[in-house]
Write a protein that binds this ligand. Structure first.
Ligand code: NDP
Ligand code: MG
Length: 381
């Protein structure tokens, strides 16, 4: 039996991970579950999966729940997430959203746990430190992000072979084909409507700005140790080819499937095996009239350009970009800034950032904190 700690169990990825456990009871048990503020859902999950540890964002929620569930130990806040990440288990599924995922990932690796990583912000902000820790501690880092799961699968049996490039596919989001002028006018409601995937709000907005693809370029750079120059974004609106790898002999190997996150989640959970799915097989060859590919326009979707520049500049640049993006996406979701202020403000923040290199985890946390303050100051609401 594989024992899992699920960080962010009340979110889109977290609940889908629990769906898979529900279907495979004989294979998995749960050591820890964590939520932010959705304690109602956490309670249901505690009743169903009986974790040894449960974590809430606030102390008050943790203390209240601890009176009701005597077999579970309750923790809260950042310390609680680290406690869950280091709990007695084989694998930590990190389905938290945002930079708060970084420290629990780091501690889980240090505690010798394999990681199933949905929380891409972990690698965007701290990729070098995290991958170094993965190597030092001999644990597995299994991507959950669909594109990275695809690339991982394309590389199976091909490790050590020379790669010409990684083809990272993107749906293009709800504003595919828009001009820069048209983007100025878009609303929150439009931005929240993703054409192919149903996901948490932050990643849905990241998909609309295409920062999500920028974050994924950085994620791929660290996961597969490939320079950003060798990672190419391909807009593929049908979301059937989940990414591909071109090898030095010109062969391109890709991974396809219906757009359903349970496939990459299940792949990471079961690795090195594959898990039987109860869903019907894909019928896209019969249904889809064509698969199309086009290049994105980084002058319109400026977040793509920003992310490439940030990873090439290195040091604290990606962490600062990520922090500014998190703050700005939050402000956009609250209806306090316009859509295009997300990219324009990140550009301003990075322009004045004085990067640090040879960094430790603490330097990343400090850069993140300062970038958040600076972003609020710049937006000046
Ligand atoms: P959701 O917003 O749906 O879920 C986020 C989880 O994090 C929830 O459990 C939430 O708890 C918890 N959380 C939020 N704030 C806090 C906090 N302050 N303290 C503790 N926990 C908190 O996000 P997604 O599941 O969509 O995404 C999770 C990660 O996976 C992201 O990094 C995303 O980029 C990545 N990803 C997601 C995909 C998807 O299809 N959803 C696809 C590929 C990658 P609560 O709800 O209780 O507040
Ligand atoms: Mg993705």
């Amino acid at each position: 039996m594989k024992k899992l700690a699920i960080l962010g169990s009340t979110g889109s990825i977290g609940t889908q991970c629990l769906d898979i456990i529900r279907e495979n009871r004989e294979k998995y048990s749960v050591s820890a579950l964590t939520c932010g503020s959705n304690t109602d859902l956490l309670e249901q999950q505690i009743k169903e999966f009986c974790p040894e540890i449960a974590v809430t964002e606030s102390e008050e929620d943790a203390l209240n729940l601890s009176k009701k569930y005597k077999d579970t130990e309750f923790f809260w806040g950042k310390k609680g997430l680290i406690e869950a990440a280091s709990s007695e288990c084989h694998m930590v599924m990190n389905a938290l959203v945002g930079m708060r995922g970084l420290e629990p990932t780091y501690h889980a690796i240090k505690a010798g746990k394999d990681i199933a990583l949905a929380n891409k912000e972990t690698l965007v902000a701290g990729g070098q430190i995290i991958m170094q820790a993965v190597n030092d501690n001999g644990v597995r880092m299994l991507p959950v992000d669909s594109e990275h799961s695809a690339i991982f699968q394309c590389l199976e049996g091909n490790r050590g072979r020379n790669i010409r490039k990684i083809l990272l596919t993107a749906s293009g989001g709800p504003f595919r084909g828009y001009t820069a002028d048209k983007l100025e006018m878009v609303t929150l409601k439009q931005a929240l409507k993703h054409p192919n995937w149903s996901m948490g709000k932050k990643i849905t907005i990241d998909s609309a700005t295409m920062m999500n693809k920028g974050l994924e370029v950085i994620e791929a750079r660290w996961l597969f140790d490939v320079d950003a120059d060798h990672i190419e974004i391909l807009v593929h609106p049908q979301s059937i080819l989940h990414s591909a790898v071109e090898f030095e002999d010109g062969s391109v190997i890709g991974q396809m499937g219906v757009p359903d996150m349970r496939i990459p989640i299940s792949f990471a959970m079961a690795y090195p095996k594959r898990q039987k799915s109860s869903e019907p097989g894909p019928d896209f060859f019969g249904k889809a009239s064509c698969l199309t590919f086009e290049k994105p326009d980084p002058e319109v979707f400026r977040c793509i350009k920003i992310a490439y520049e940030a990873i090439k500049a290195g040091g604290t640049y990606p962490a600062v970009m990520n922090a500014a993006n998190e703050v700005l996406v939050g402000l956009f979701l609250d209806g306090r800034i316009r859509f295009t202020q997300i990219s324009s403000t990140i550009e301003k923040i990075l322009d004045v950032h004085k990067a640090e290199y040879n960094i430790e985890l603490e330097d990343i946390l400090e850069a993140d904190k300062r970038a958040r303050t600076e972003t609020f100051r710049l937006v000046d609401l």
